[in-house]
Structures are given as C-alpha cells and as structure tokens.
Design a protein around this ligand. Structure first.
Ligand SMILES: *Cc1c(COP(=O)(O)O)cnc(C)c1O
Length: 218
C-alpha cells in the first residue's frame, strides 16, 4: 500500500483539537483514498475538476470533497452538485458563478476566499485591499463565505513562511469581526503545516506526507 499510515496517525494526533486535516489526494488512485477512508478520514482535497468528477462516484457518499485548486468559472457546474468546500475563490466573478450553480442545485456552497500572501507572483488570490473592497458577499444567497485560504512562499526560509502565515491570520482576525460566518482559516501543507498551526491555522491541506510524492508524468 502506498499510504503512510504511521505518518497519518501522527498528524491526526498532532492536529487534535487544533485543526481539521484535509487529505490531498490529487493524482492518487481511488484505492489509496479508500484505504485512508477505512482509517476514518472523511475530508479529502482535489485540485483538478476532471479528476474529482471522475473519482467522486467511485467513492463513499459521506466523503467531504474539498476543491483546493484554481477553479475556472466554466467548470463550477461540474462540482456544484456535491462539493463540500471550495478553498480557492479568487474573484467576485467566480463567487457569483458558484452562487448561480449552487442555486441550480438547490444548495448553499461554502467557500473560502484565497488571499495572496506569498512573495511569488504566480500564486492566485486577493490582496488585502481587494478583500476590503469586496462588498455584497451577504447578498449572494447560495454561497456562504466561511473564511480564508492562503499559500505561503515555497521557501526554506522559515521566518518568511511564518510571517506570511502570521499576516494572513491578522487579516482573518479582522474579517472575522465583520463576518459572523467566518470560522475557517485554511493554511498549511506538507512542508509548512507545523508553522501554519503555530500561526493560527485551523485547517491544513496535506498530500505528499500521507500519500507519498506525486508523479505527474504518469
Ligand atoms: C497539492 C496541494 C496541497 C498539498 O500539497 P503537499 O505538499 O503534497 O502537502 C495543498 N494545497 C494546495 C492548494 C495544493 O494544490
């Protein structure tokens, strides 16, 4: 079996009472997801729409599917019937499309706004200014914005990573005061989740530590 059960248990114990673990299963076979499901894991994260749509019907119904990747507006309709939480909402246009598709499915979809905290230009998300200019969130009846998500720089510099997470926590705190629906701060991956927890994360997205390194060439 490819999954690292010992590591999984270790992470679960480490996070207890602090953060929810999203097991990031992108590129991994349904057998590996099933194996982790058997151990009690229910929250899984994927970041390619097609892959998620292919896997979802093959797996138990009570899995909570988190969409953690960059979501294109024209693909929202494929995941709207079942997705549990969309982590990477990075534009008002996308949020409006999620609202529309959620309404078509007679449901309310929970979303996190992605905040750009890393130095790298390539990471998606709002900056602090854009976030504060986002009005009318409450008018979208079929989406519920319940928090923020961010990715730190991919860097060995622990102080840099820590300051980026700390910065996001500050923004989260100030928004929580204005938005009573806020209760999720999604930050931290395999390489930096310990720092993220120390900086106030309550949801981490961990893939390779549990499922092993990904092979994109297969
Ligand atoms: C792939 C991915 C993760 C998990 O990455 P690991 O380093 O394998 O833990 C977390 N968040 C996002 C947005 C991802 O795309």
């Amino acid at each position: 079996m490819a999954i690292n059960i010992e590591k999984y248990q270790e992470i679960i114990n480490e996070l207890k009472g602090k953060a929810t673990l999203i097991a990031v299963s992108k590129t991994k076979p349904v057998e590996d997801i099933k194996a982790l499901y058997e151990l009690g894991q229910r929250d899984f994260g994927e970041n390619y729409v097609q892959e998620l749509v292919d896997k979802q019907p093959l797996l138990p119904n009570d899995i909570r599917w988190h969409f953690i990747g960059h979501l294109q507006s024209n693909k929202v309709k494929y995941i709207a019937p079942f997705v549990h939480l969309i982590h990477g909402v990075d534009s008002l246009k996308l949020l409006q499309e999620i609202n529309k598709q959620a309404a078509k499915n007679n449901r309310v979809i929970d979303c996190l706004l992605q905040v750009h905290i890393a130095k790298e230009e390539t990471k998606f998300g709002f900056d602090k200014q854009e976030l504060s200019e986002l009005h009318g969130l409450a008018e979208l009846e079929n989406v519920r914005v319940i928090g923020l998500m961010g990715m730190a720089s991919f860097s060995e510099d622990i102080n840099l990573v820590r300051s980026e997470f700390g910065y996001l926590k500050k923004i989260y705190n100030s928004f929580s005061i204005q938005h009573s629906t806020f209760n999720i701060l999604s930050m931290g991956m395999s390489g930096d989740y310990k720092i993220a927890i120390e900086e106030g994360s309550n949801m981490v997205r961990i893939g390779s530590l549990i499922f092993g390194e990904r092979n994109y060439n297969k």
